[in-house]
Design a protein around this ligand. Sequence first.
Ligand SMILES: NC(=O)c1ccc[n+]([C@@H]2O[C@H](COP(=O)([O-])OP(=O)(O)OC[C@H]3O[C@@H](n4cnc5c(N)ncnc54)[C@H](O)[C@@H]3O)[C@@H](O)[C@H]2O)c1
Ligand SMILES: N[C@H](C(=O)O)[C@H](O)COP(=O)(O)O
Length: 338
Amino acid sequence: MTKIAPIALTIGEPGGIGPELSLKVWLRRHDDGLAPFCVLAPLGILENACREHGKNVPLKVISDIAETASVFDHALPVLAIADAESPVVTGIASASTANVVIESITKAVDLARNGAASAVVTNPIQKSALYAAGFKHPGHTEFLAELAGPGTIPVMMLANSKLRVVPLTIHIALSDVMNSLTPELIIEQCEITAAALQRDFGIANPRLAVAGLNPHAGEDGTMGTEEQTIMAPAIATLRAKGLDVIGPMPADTMFHEEARTNYDVALCPYHDQALIPVKTLDFHGGVNVTLGLPFIRTSPDHGTALNIAGQGIARPDSLIAALKMAAEMAEKRLLTGA
Ligand SMILES: NC(=O)c1ccc[n+]([C@@H]2O[C@H](COP(=O)([O-])OP(=O)(O)OC[C@H]3O[C@@H](n4cnc5c(N)ncnc54)[C@H](O)[C@@H]3O)[C@@H](O)[C@H]2O)c1
Ligand SMILES: N[C@H](C(=O)O)[C@H](O)COP(=O)(O)O
C-alpha cells in the first residue's frame, strides 16, 4: 500500500452517533485494513463515549497530525480542539455544541489543504442545530466549498457497490427545484462528475444518465415541459462536447438492476429522487463523496441517528466504507500524480 498522509476525521454532531462510531472504526482498524486517521474533537467527548459504551479504547492526544501513523496501531489519535460551550448530552443535538462541529470541520479542511491530511472524512452533522447557532450553509457540501475558496463548485455524489447518484439540486424545498434546475447547472454538474469519475474512480469514459423531473420524463411535454426546455438542450450540449450522457430518462424505471448496467452514475433533479434508490439498495454500505473540491472528502451516507445514540447499536459500516474510499482516492492520486 502507498503511504498516504493521515486522514482527518471530524467528530460531527457530538450528541449523535459520531463519537461512538469514531471508537468503533478504530477498533476495526486491523480487520478492515484502515489507513491511519485521527479524530478532531475535544478529548472529553471521546472519553465520555468510551465510558458510555464500555469501550476500552486508548485515546492519545497528539499535537501534530504527523504523529498519527506512529500512534494509530496502539491508540486512537486525537487532535484536540476546544470544548463545547455547554456539556454534550448524548441523543440531543444542541446549538451550544456547534462551535465544536464547525471547528472540527474547519481544522480538518486546513490540514487537507496544506497536505498534512490526505483527506477529510466527516461524521454526520445535525443541520437544524447548526442553523439554530447561525450556520449559514445548507450542509457540509456547501460549507466545504466555501472553505475551499471562491469558484469552487461542489457536487454531491452518493455511492455504494450497486449505484452512484448525484442530486443536481441538494438541500432546497421541492417547490424551489424547478427554478434552480437550469441547463447551466446540469452541464456544470455533469462535467464535474465525469471528470471525477475519470480521476478518482478509474472510469475512462464515464456513462452518465440524467433522470427526468416529471412523470414519464414529461410524456412528450404533456406532463411537464422541463425535460424539453431545460434538460434535453443541456444533454445535447454535453454530448456535443463528447460526454456519454443519456436522458432525460423516466426516473421510475432507471434504477432496477438491469437498467443500472447502462450507466455509471445517475444524475437526478432533486435530493430524494437520487438518495432514495441509493440508500434503499444499500444503506450501510453507502458513502457520500463531495466532487469538485481541491481536497478529498467523504462521509457516511447516514445522519446523526439521535434516536439510537448512546445505545451502542450504531453500525460503523458506512463510516468504514467512507474511510476506505477516501484512502483509495488518496492512494490513486499519489500514484498517478493526479
Ligand atoms: N453527512 C451528514 O452530515 C448527514 C447525512 C445525512 C443526514 N444528516 C443529518 O442527520 C440528521 C438526522 O437525519 P435522518 O434522521 O433523516 O437520518 P439518519 O440517517 O440519522 O437516521 C435514519 C434512520 O437510520 C438509522 N441509522 C442511521 N445511521 C445508522 C447507523 N450507523 N447504524 C444503525 N442505524 C442507523 C437511524 O437510527 C434512523 O432510524 C438530520 O439533521 C440530517 O440533516 C447528516
Ligand atoms: N443529503 C445528504 C444525505 O442525506 O446523505 C446529507 O444530508 C449530507 O449532506 P452534507 O454532506 O452536505 O452535510
